[in-house]
Design a protein around this ligand. Sequence first.
Ligand code: SAM
Length: 216
Amino acid sequence: MQDTYKHQGMRRRLVQLLKQKGIEDQGVLSAIGKVPRHYFFDNALLAHAYQDKAFPIGEGQTISQPYTVAFQSEKLVINPGDKVLEVGTGSGYQACVLLELGASVFTIEYNKVLYERTKKALPVMGYKPRFFQGDGSMGLPRHAPFDKIIVTAGAPSVPGSLVKQLKQGGILLIPVGDNTKQKMFRITKVTDKKIKKETFDYFSFVPLLGNEGWKS
Ligand code: SAM
């Protein structure tokens, strides 16, 4: 794996594009500028690596669009040292961006093939989140509570388990809707009894499966 001037130039152009699309957080832009997205693609598909598009990664799943990764990362307001749960490891790209932001990342994937593949690939790239396999719609109770939880698959509703596993002041970012489009929700756990809900744009994610997701 090589990260050449050519790749770095393509990445700088992607960062410029994300700025034009409205991403303002310098930390997020710099993290996107650091993660070699072409490591997630076969050589023959290099041209796709720095386009602002989702791309198939096998098993019917996708590596998220860079704008979506940047948007979710920005809205999570990551502070260095934050303990973050990512539901939907997929390729691991979003986890790398969170690590570059200084978070301590716990990432859970439902699909066993993707879990095995990404658990092997990321450390080779120098990224070491903690990997888990299972139904992340119910969170990761044995490692809770978390400062932040990010869900990278579309949910039918906000899973109560995830809200429960947030620290006080913690943030859950989750796309909620049907199987064609979802609205981005940001849930802040103000106190154990008080929740603040904000909504943002529409996105299109693959479905969140599992007990508190869509039944497969
Ligand atoms: N974050 C990923 C990335 O950076 O490449 C993109 C994730 S992809 C859009 C959504 C992922 O969520 C898929 O890999 C899918 O298998 C996974 N998924 C779906 N339901 C899940 C669940 N209940 N728990 C954990 N992962 C789940």
